[in-house]
Design a protein around this ligand. Structure first.
Ligand code: AMP
Length: 313
């Protein structure tokens, strides 16, 4: 029962139509690990500067996230991302990306980290994702996420990294962008041909879809009336998805379908408040309640067409 994540640990400046934060804890690995920590033991591989203080450490400590493999560079500055969302909250507009300490980062995994059963290569430079992947060759399942920034600046390296993972979890615009294919079904087929056995496409307020070589499964998003800040929703989804899988002995398609629901449940909470605020306070009962709501929302009775005709007036 263990899950390792490599990815950005960051300070974010975010503006949405509903408010603004100049500096809050963020980063793909942060959102991912907070979410996954509700299901399993999580460890982070990454790097921060000495502007990363007690308050930030506390967020990970509260959820028992293991930060032994989080390197600290004295005199360095933590990764910084600035983004804006307009009324279409599905699209993040990046205003600034400062890699800072990530520019020279060489991930060195502890022995315990190398033994992780599941690994997630969250959004970060694809060479770094691959360096981590190569140190955990015994892992049972490896997932990967990325974003436009890396598709544009490191495409070949990214495709090389994708070839070595089992599950890709990206959003729909990124799947199209990465494959240069406007049709999502064809884009999915192309990504699966590179090697992964499953692809999860996140579609913001429209839900998420799971593609394998022989099946397709899609779910809606939880219907929320107030969405404040979508930052980190994708990573929070991935954390719920991978965290749930890590809690299961058998990782088969049925488990992946349930993981899709847990991912969506976690993401639905994340967007209700800024940054990590909502997920930090989440309870198991709240998760259960929303899981049950998904079951109800997607349930329908199977009726053979003969019976439809038989009951026609
Ligand atoms: P998402 O889950 O897709 O909304 O990801 C949001 C998080 O990604 C933010 O907290 C940012 O710190 C982080 N982020 C933004 N751009 C990058 C990038 N180029 N590489 C790694 N992480 C990033």
């Amino acid at each position: 029962m263990s899950l390792l994540v490599v990815g950005s640990v960051a300070f974010d400046a975010v503006e949405t139509p509903f408010g603004k934060r100049d500096k809050m804890l963020g980063g793909a690995a942060t959102h991912f690990s907070l979410s996954a920590s509700f299901y399993t033991d999580v460890r982070i591989v990454g790097v921060v500067g000495d502007d990363f203080g007690r308050e930030e450490d506390q967020v990970f400590a509260e959820r028992n996230i293991d930060t032994t493999d989080l390197e600290r560079i004295s005199g360095g500055r933590t990764f910084f991302w600035q983004g804006r969302y307009d009324y279409d909250l599905n699209t993040a507009h990046t205003l600034d990306t400062q890699l800072n300490v990530f520019a020279d980062f060489k991930p060195k995994l502890s022995d315990a980290a190398k033994k992780s059963r599941l690994v997630f290569l969250a959004n970060i430079q694809p060479d770094l994702q691959r360096e981590v992947r190569e140190q955990v060759m015994g892992a049972e399942l490896v997932g990967l996420d990325t974003m436009n920034f890396w598709i544009e600046s490191a495409r070949e390296s990214l495709i090389e990294t994708i070839k070595g993972v089992n599950v890709v979890i990206i959003n729909d615009a990124e799947a199209r962008h990465l494959t240069d294919e406007p049709n999502l079904i064809k884009a999915a087929r192309k990504i699966l041909q590179w090697g992964p056995t499953a692809l999860v496409v996140k579609r913001g307020e429209y839900g998420a879809a799971l593609f394998t070589g022989k099946s397709y499964f899609a779910i809606p998003a939880y219907p929320l009336e107030s969405v404040f800040d979508p930052t980190g929703a994708g990573d929070t989804f991935a954390g719920g998805f991978m965290g749930y899988l890590a809690s299961q002995q058998k990782i088969d398609e049925a488990a992946m379908r349930r993981a899709m629901i847990f991912g969506s449940v976690m993401a639905s909470f994340n967007v209700e408040e800024f940054g990590t605020d909502r997920v930090r306070r989440l309870t198991h009962e709240e998760i259960n309640e929303r899981f049950r709501a998904f079951k109800q929302m997607t349930h329908f009775e199977e009726i053979p067409f003969d019976r439809v005709k038989a009951s026609a007036p």
